[in-house]
Ligand binder design. Structure first.
Ligand SMILES: Nc1ncnc2c1ncn2[C@@H]1O[C@H](COP(=O)(O)OP(=O)(O)OP(=O)(O)O)[C@@H](O)[C@H]1O
Ligand SMILES: [Mg+2]
Length: 463
């Protein structure tokens, strides 16, 4: 098929001469004399654009930016009468492939066009190789070869490539719902689009609403400017709604409306917005029970659960423990510059019989600590002394006793935050894990207790 080239210029003579030259080189040419017409043609699909800077209704840079937001692929060559370097630089920064100064030599333009098309072809080829690569390696972060995990991974793969717009992930805390959500996104044809996540329990209702749906300027007192919500920002990508059971009834209703009508309005907005997003919701709670107790909408549940995947607790897939242990040993070897080669048989046996109430997260933390404590090349039972004996594990409550005089809960919460951040040397992800929280929950509390300014905690990293 002949490549189609869109020539945008308000001067008929320029369009005509470009057409003659390009058609002679076996290209198909379409013409536009305004920015608006150019955008229209572009939407129908073209392979390359020659774009004049000075257009009657707008300028080339603005058109370029619109084209880039529609499709980042086809190369755009900007034609400019000015010999300003700044303009050329700006054009390249905004995503132009190249620029040509008017008056130009037609042969030079033809060479530029040929080169640009060749670059795009190569880029496409690389991308399709990467996609094939993803197919084989995309799930390498979801470790597990037990029958249960094979089943889960097969399901995740099918869901990833399906056009389904909603997915529900269930499973106890630490079973890998986050990991699964990312794998679905990475395997889907949305993988080059954004992956945005938000934890429903981390924010108060009104904030969560404007985070998700955005708001118009003046929608409420603090709405000084218009803001796009995550659903809009994640257009062509995926939104991961973690801890969905924690969403308020009002927002549940609003989310349901979006899932059914594929449209929503920003807070205070009057126009329907229709982003193309996939929603992956997750919860560690039993939603059926929440429905029975009136905390979760049954209709939303049925809408979300059309495609659902349950991540089994680690105690039900002891087969995976050896593999996971090796995976984490490798990872922490690298991170801490250790050289652990193996886990002793006795230690492995202990790991395989431990009930892991905190699932993979708990196993990961155990290995992390053992690798840190290690001095030789084998992890032995001694390195796992800190894991509570099986008969006590699973009993999560009761370890902490409320002092007779009671406590000030906020103080305790703040103190635990400070200690976790200190131990994690300011690394938010690590601190979140120490407290069994999500990063959003940690961030929310860092702001709440103003820990950013705290000397004791030191530098807090975004990681
Ligand atoms: N199959 C897996 N392979 C490798 N690592 C995993 C796997 N599942 C979970 N993990 C690791 O275990 C930890 C916890 O996983 P994750 O955050 O996905 O759990 P979760 O189900 O989202 O938990 P929560 O309900 O508490 O949010 C993470 O560090 C993650 O990298
Ligand atoms: Mg999670």
């Amino acid at each position: 098929m002949k490549p189609t080239i869109l020539v945008v210029d308000d001067e008929e003579l320029v369009r005509w001469s470009l057409r003659q030259r390009l058609e002679a080189a076996e290209y198909q040419v379409v013409e536009a004399s305004t920015g608006e017409a150019a955008i229209e043609h572009f939407r129908n699909g073209v392979d390359l654009v020659l774009l004049d800077y000075g257009l009657p209704d707008t300028n080339g840079i603005d058109v370029l930016m619109t084209l880039r937001s529609i499709d980042p692929d086809p190369p755009v060559i900007l034609l400019t009468a000015h010999s300003s370097v700044e303009r050329a630089v700006e054009a390249m920064q905004k995503g132009a492939y190249h620029y040509a100064r008017k008056p130009f030599n037609l042969d030079d333009v033809a060479v530029l066009v040929e080169r640009a098309l060749e670059t795009t072809r190569l880029r496409r080829e690389v991308r399709s190789l990467q996609a094939r690569d993803r197919e084989t390696h995309g799930f390498d972060k979801v470790v597990g070869e037990s029958p249960e995990m094979r089943h889960v991974k097969a399901l995740l793969r099918k869901i990833a490539i399906s056009p389904a717009s909603t997915v529900l992930l269930t499973g106890e805390s630490g079973t890998g719902k986050d990991v699964a959500a990312r794998a679905i996104h990475a395997q889907s044809d949305r993988s080059s689009g954004p992956f945005m996540n938000i934890t429903c329990s981390a924010l108060p209702e009104t904030l969560l609403e404007s985070e998700l749906f955005g708001h118009e300027r003046g929608a409420f007192t603090d709405a000084k400017t218009q803001k796009k919500g995550l659903l809009e920002q994640a257009d062509q990508g995926t939104v991961f709604l973690d801890e969905i059971a924690e969403m308020s009834p009002t927002l549940q209703a609003k989310l349901l409306r979006f899932l059914e009508e594929k449209a929503f309005r920003r807070v205070g907005g009057r126009v329907d917005i229709r982003p193309d997003v996939r929603i992956i919701a997750a919860t560690h709670r039993d939603l059926q029970q929440d429905i029975a107790e009136g905390r979760f909408r049954a209709d939303l549940y049925y809408r979300l659960a059309v495609l659902s995947v349950h991540l089994p607790p680690l105690r039900d897939r002891a087969d995976d423990i050896e593999l996971l242990a090796k995976y984490f040993v490798d990872r922490f070897n690298r991170e801490f510059h250790r050289s652990v080669r193996s886990v002793s048989r006795q230690a492995l046996k202990m790991l395989q019989t431990h009930p892991w109430p905190g699932n993979i997260r708990e196993l990961r933390n155990a290995i992390e600590r053992a690798v840190l404590l290690s001095d030789g090349d084998e992890l032995t039972i001694d390195h796992f002394q800190f894991i509570c004996p099986p008969q006590q594990a699973g009993k999560k409550d009761g370890d902490f006793r409320l002092p007779p005089g009671g406590i000030v809960f906020q103080d305790l919460e703040r103190e635990l935050m400070v200690q976790a951040l200190e131990r994690a040397r300011g690394n938010q992800t690590r601190a979140a894990e120490l407290l069994g929280m999500t990063r959003d929950q940690i961030r929310y509390r860092i702001a709440k207790f103003k820990l950013n300014d705290s000397e004791k905690v030191g530098h807090i990293s975004e990681r």
